[in-house]
Design a protein. Structure first.
Length: 464
């Protein structure tokens, strides 16, 4: 895949970039290692000052960088602005909380004495140079939710971004430079996927984090495992959205539309499988389908657009194949199911779609649908809903709509996902850990759990 900005709304190539040479990659690796040697000893107060400055600059740049994101990967421009605002918020949160989150832990004095020590504590020291392999779907947020905690912990970052968002990738490097971070604290590597292994195997790289597809995660995990390096993986998802009779069904249906089509449906944590109790199934189906059908599809740079194009032509082709195979196997199209009419034929658009009568034999039941396509299921009770919710190789997040506390506790206990969201859609927040189970990956981002992922958790023991 070439490193280029190609507008997914019309297929026009706006800008192309040459990949870095081996010598240029070496220069960046060497600089990162030199910078870490000194940056790791910087004070929390200084790191926080720099990160707050980055947030200020991002706030000022929001209109411009939002348009860049939209032209690179197609999200509605309003959503792009919201993404930039969320990134600035996360920067400020880590600037405010990192020192407290990484404060030394001191065991109980009785345990310290029992170990034969006069004093003992656990310290959280930075690991070093961390490689981030990031996707195009949230081209700012995915990076910032790694970079903010990593930089506050004293690490330095190397970013290998998706090849279709090079302008956003370069903007991020420039943002941290303009904020005053030492040269080499955060660098973008414009390289193809084939060059990732060489960077990851370099002895100056201490760890890696990847958000992306399962094949990409397997590859990075295998290489890092061979080198015995720490990794955090956030991979695909096929999140269930369960609606029970005691729920506010009308609200659940309205929220379901947003939960499915956020970011044009291209979100790992988007609700994808809608599992509804038979007592409220007809009401939910009617209101959900009406909401999906009413969405405005069009140019993502127009403020009134709610659904833009898919980010890549191949992504649309993959989605069409899943839908077509399901329909051929007996699924019912309640709305959509095709490319929308009246849209630029050169753009990679797909209509908001709802499918019913989906069976376990269909690919769409087992695979992730990365686009505005929902599957709808009817179940007789909570037990059947939980079984269907867990009938997936993924385990990123999950939603439950209910007014019953016992059902909340049962779902929280038995869900196979890394997140359980009740009476609201899944979202990420700096104060809450984010990550999945099963083939959705391992490790956590955000919160105190996320900042400690790339720390050397060190026992300091001093004899009595």
């Amino acid at each position: 895949m070439p490193i280029a900005t190609v507008n997914p709304a019309n297929g026009e190539t706006l800008q192309t970039y040459d990949a870095l040479s081996s010598a240029q990659v070496e220069e960046k690796l060497a600089l990162a290692a030199r910078t870490f040697a000194t940056y790791r000893t910087s004070a929390f107060g200084e790191r926080a000052r720099l990160l707050r400055r980055a947030a200020e600059l991002l706030d000022a740049d929001t209109p411009e960088i939002a348009r860049v994101m939209t032209t690179e990967m197609g999200k509605p421009v309003g959503a792009a602005r919201a993404e930039a605002t969320k990134c600035a918020k996360a920067m400020r949160w880590y600037a405010d909380h990192a020192e407290e989150l990484l404060a030394p832990e001191r065991p109980a004095q009785a345990d310290v004495k029992d170990s034969g020590a006069a004093r003992a504590e656990v310290r959280f020291r930075p690991l070093g140079v961390v490689l981030a392999v990031m996707p195009w779907n949230f081209p700012l947020w995915q990076v910032v939710r790694f970079a903010a905690p990593a930089l506050m912990a004293g690490n330095v970052g190397l970013l290998k971004h998706a090849s279709n968002v090079p302008q956003t990738a370069l903007y991020l490097e420039e943002l941290f430079r303009r904020a005053g971070f030492p040269e080499g604290c955060f660098q973008t590597l414009l390289i193809g996927s084939g060059a990732v292994e060489g960077v990851l195997r370099d002895e100056r790289v201490a760890a890696a984090t990847l958000t992306g597809s399962e094949p990409a995660g397997r590859s990075v995990a295998a290489i890092a495992g061979d080198e015995v390096k720490k990794t955090v993986l956030e991979l695909g998802g096929s999140d269930p959205y369960v609606v029970m009779p005691s729920a506010d069904v009308a609200k659940a249906a309205r929220t379901a539309v947003t939960a499915r089509v956020q970011n044009n449906g291209q979100s790992c944590i988007a609700a994808k499988r809608f599992i509804v109790h038979e007592d409220v199934f007809e009401q939910f189906r009617e209101e959900f389908v009406a909401g999906m059908r009413a969405l405005r599809v069009g140019d993502p740079l127009e403020e009134e657009t709610e659904i833009g194009p898919l980010a890549t032509e191949q992504g649309r082709t993959d989605l069409e194949e899943l839908v077509d195979e399901a329909v051929e196997s007996g699924a019912t199209v309640l709305c959509g199911g095709q490319r929308p009419d009246g849209i630029d034929r050169h753009g990679w658009f797909y209509a908001p779609t709802v499918l019913a009568d989906v069976s376990p034999e269909m690919r769409i039941h087992r695979e992730e649908t990365f686009g505005p396509v929902a599957t709808l299921y009817r179940v007789p009770d909570l037990e059947a809903a939980i079984a269907l919710a867990n009938d997936t190789p993924f385990g990123l997040s999950s939603n439950l709509w209910t007014g019953d506390e016992e059902e909340i506790e049962r779902f929280a206990r038995d869900s196979g996902a890394g997140g359980v969201f009740v009476n609201g859609m899944t979202a990420s927040h700096p104060a809450l850990p984010f990550g999945g189970a099963k083939r959705s990956g391992y490790g956590r981002e955000l919160s105190g759990h996320g900042i400690k992922e790339f720390c050397n958790i060190t026992t300091v023991w001093v004899a009595a």
